[in-house]
Design a protein around this ligand. Structure first.
Ligand SMILES: [Zn+2]
Ligand SMILES: [Zn+2]
Length: 152
């Protein structure tokens, strides 16, 4: 019932950073905020929220984006692909599901910052938040995803 078919392989555009995911995400999210639009060059960002001990990255990475101490965006040094983010919560890392070898099954369970959503950007998310969800909203996001989130 909860066969996640782990581990999952992922990589940056040029392949110099190889990622392995060995624990299931606690949620999958889409963010429509202006920062994510600029960071991705796309309409929104996609995120796996993962336990940090279920994630490894091999290859050289560097910090990019806004260089915030509590929100560290890691990029490949060669192709400059945005890979993952840490520093925002102990024991968690946010990884871009678009880097997966097979992202064909990924549907975000929650979407954030719909107040800044581009008119054509539809994500299929079950839960929508006008800005970023509060700490009080997270249990429902995690529980809903655990029961009903998309699987490979
Ligand atoms: Zn690369
Ligand atoms: Zn965002």
């Amino acid at each position: 019932m909860t066969d996640w078919k782990l581990p999952w392989k992922a990589s940056c555009l040029c392949g110099q950073v190889q990622i392995e995911i060995s624990a299931p995400p606690i949620s999958t999210m889409a963010c429509h905020c202006r920062d994510c639009q600029k960071l991705t060059g796309g309409a929104y960002s996609l995120t796996f929220m993962l336990p940090a001990d279920g994630f490894t990255a091999e290859g050289e990475t560097e910090i990019g984006g806004l260089h915030r101490e509590n929100l560290r965006h890691h990029f490949c040094t060669h192709c400059k692909n945005w890979l993952y983010t840490d520093g925002f919560a102990e024991g968690l890392v946010n990884v871009r599901p678009t880097l997966l070898e097979d992202p064909s099954w990924v549907v975000p369970y929650a979407e954030t910052y719909t107040s800044e959503r581009l008119p054509a950007a539809q994500t299929g998310a079950v839960l929508s938040f006008e800005t970023f969800p509060s700490d009080a909203d997270f249990p429902a996001i995690v529980e809903g995803f655990t029961k009903h989130g998309s699987r490979p």
